[in-house]
Design a protein around this ligand. Sequence first.
Ligand SMILES: C[C@@](CO)(OP(=O)(O)O)[C@H](O)COP(=O)(O)OP(=O)(O)OC[C@H]1O[C@@H](n2ccc(N)nc2=O)[C@H](O)[C@@H]1O
Ligand SMILES: Nc1ncnc2c1ncn2[C@@H]1O[C@H](COP(=O)(O)OP(=O)(O)O)[C@@H](O)[C@H]1O
Length: 274
Amino acid sequence: MITELAPAKINLALHVRARRADGYHELETLFAFVVDGDTVTLAPGPLSLAITGPFAAGLSGEGDNLILRAARAFATAFSLPEIGAFTLDKHLPVASGIGGGSADAAAALRALAKANAIRLDDPRLFDLAAALGSDVPACLLGRTALGEGRGERLHPLDGPVGMPTLLVNPGVAVSTAAVFKGWDGVDRGAMPDGDALSLALAGRNDLEAPARRLAPVIDDVLTELGGGNPILARMSGSGATCFALYASAADRAAAAARIRAAQPSWWCLETRLA
Ligand SMILES: C[C@@](CO)(OP(=O)(O)O)[C@H](O)COP(=O)(O)OP(=O)(O)OC[C@H]1O[C@@H](n2ccc(N)nc2=O)[C@H](O)[C@@H]1O
Ligand SMILES: Nc1ncnc2c1ncn2[C@@H]1O[C@H](COP(=O)(O)OP(=O)(O)O)[C@@H](O)[C@H]1O
């Protein structure tokens, strides 16, 4: 049996550059990961998927799950008949800007690669990842990186490993397509050179304004996070999850305690950068 962590992704910065002819937008984004997330387990047997955990109800075990799509694509690419019995322990809120589905797909590809003695840096794995979703190559790489294109052209960067981080989701789903449609169309230029933290501090999330218009509760999340002395507080991806980075675990704990008391229904994860 092989168990792989599927860590939450954070877009420390996300700059939208242009709308392309294929309907997607050209991005420049700073990907980072935390040390917590879903867990994907692979056991021998025919292809199947069981889902457990606090956010299992948000997903059905049907054919469209990204883990099953990843497994089928892997089986085709590597000509394998029996592909494995998966269990997904779902701890990340679904469709919330922290890439849970992409992380699960990447974890499934990693587990399958290990089970079949395929190197994790095999370019065929990255091709499969890119076909599954914009964030899947970054999740397969699993380390701080600058992403270009739709996020599939990756340049690893040094990041602030271990930095105390809080993730907060108000329980409202926002449509990624609708958020991109609300982008103001202004290309604000390329990111400068630098380490991940300075790029993050100098950067923005261009999807924050349109997401806040669609889901004004994101304003409340950012106000709560901003009140706790963070180094940086910002929305991730197309929302609605927001993150904050802290200088100390004590600052993070104080912010988490205050937010949990004020908004007991919000999802709030105390974690750190991977
Ligand atoms: C915004 C990001 C940032 O990491 O993360 P999430 O919010 O999903 O976590 C990603 O780029 C999400 O990419 P992806 O996973 O492809 O989004 P999907 O849900 O498949 O895209 C839904 C729709 O959003 C629009 N879309 C998406 C990505 C992109 N670069 N440009 C777009 O215009 C397209 O209209 C697309 O049909
Ligand atoms: N294993 C999975 N986990 C989460 N979502 C999944 C999964 N498989 C398929 N999906 C679908 O993918 C969509 C995007 O999910 P997710 O990756 O959690 O969001 P986001 O990209 O906004 O962070 C969801 O609407 C969900 O229906």
